[in-house]
Design a protein around this ligand. Sequence first.
Ligand SMILES: NC(=O)c1ccc[n+]([C@@H]2O[C@H](COP(=O)([O-])OP(=O)(O)OC[C@H]3O[C@@H](n4cnc5c(N)ncnc54)[C@H](OP(=O)(O)O)[C@@H]3O)[C@@H](O)[C@H]2O)c1
Length: 239
Amino acid sequence: MNIANKTVLITGANRGIGRALVNEALRRGAKRVYAGRRSGELQNADDRVTPLRLDVTNLSQIQRAVDQVDNLDVLINNAGVAIYDDLSNSDAIEQHLSVNFLGMFKVTRAFLPLLQRSSGAIVNNLSLVALAPLPVIPSYSISKAAASNMTQSLRALLAGQGITVHGVFLGPIDTDMNRGFDIPKASTESAARGIFDGLEKGEEDIFPDPASQSIAEGWRTGAAKALERQFAAFVPERQ
Ligand SMILES: NC(=O)c1ccc[n+]([C@@H]2O[C@H](COP(=O)([O-])OP(=O)(O)OC[C@H]3O[C@@H](n4cnc5c(N)ncnc54)[C@H](OP(=O)(O)O)[C@@H]3O)[C@@H](O)[C@H]2O)c1
């Protein structure tokens, strides 16, 4: 899918990767960019940007956002939280699941009618930790694994409706989220370019940065991917 002249909605767009995705969508000629934000201000003077108040855990805000959007080609589920924990209680798991998994689910369900009309695309920002947990952020890892699994089911379930579903397996990107983690990180701008490049090439799994690219080939030719395809064949032709 080419982004030029398309309408794109990005959650968590006020900072980090979300903000870079807004700028990259504009650079590629998007007709309108809906920039969802839970808090903070959006600093973008481009009149193609429409800010939306959108906490992905808040059903009435989600419904209000749907009412403000006339048509939609690409939904980018980017909003996320990451908190250090050690699996000593369930609070951290619930907190991560509520934003990174259920938030993604609720926003996707709400915008589905618009995406059905446009034969659009859903892009879910996941993480390499969806494939193997980083045990210093185990609850975050669980939530991304759940979101990845949901991405695979939605891909199979929505294929018959002409909607494509893409998972983005991000490696470390230089944002507030991993500020205390002293490892090489890619810039938000390069990650945003990688995500749209993958979408424009029609890649169902997108590896947008050097760390993620190092496992792309292994993932695409591996047993888990083969099983995903085998299981997807159980979905009736027209869901
Ligand atoms: N940075 C990395 O290394 C990395 C790696 C792999 C995957 N990712 C994923 O990439 C995505 C973006 O991360 P980032 O690095 O850009 O993080 P970030 O700089 O911490 O930004 C997170 C964004 O999500 C928003 N958000 C959090 N809870 C929300 C909610 N309930 N409703 C709506 N928005 C909410 C935040 O809004 P507020 O400003 O209101 O808090 C902020 O805009 C996340 O899904 C993250 O898991 C990041």
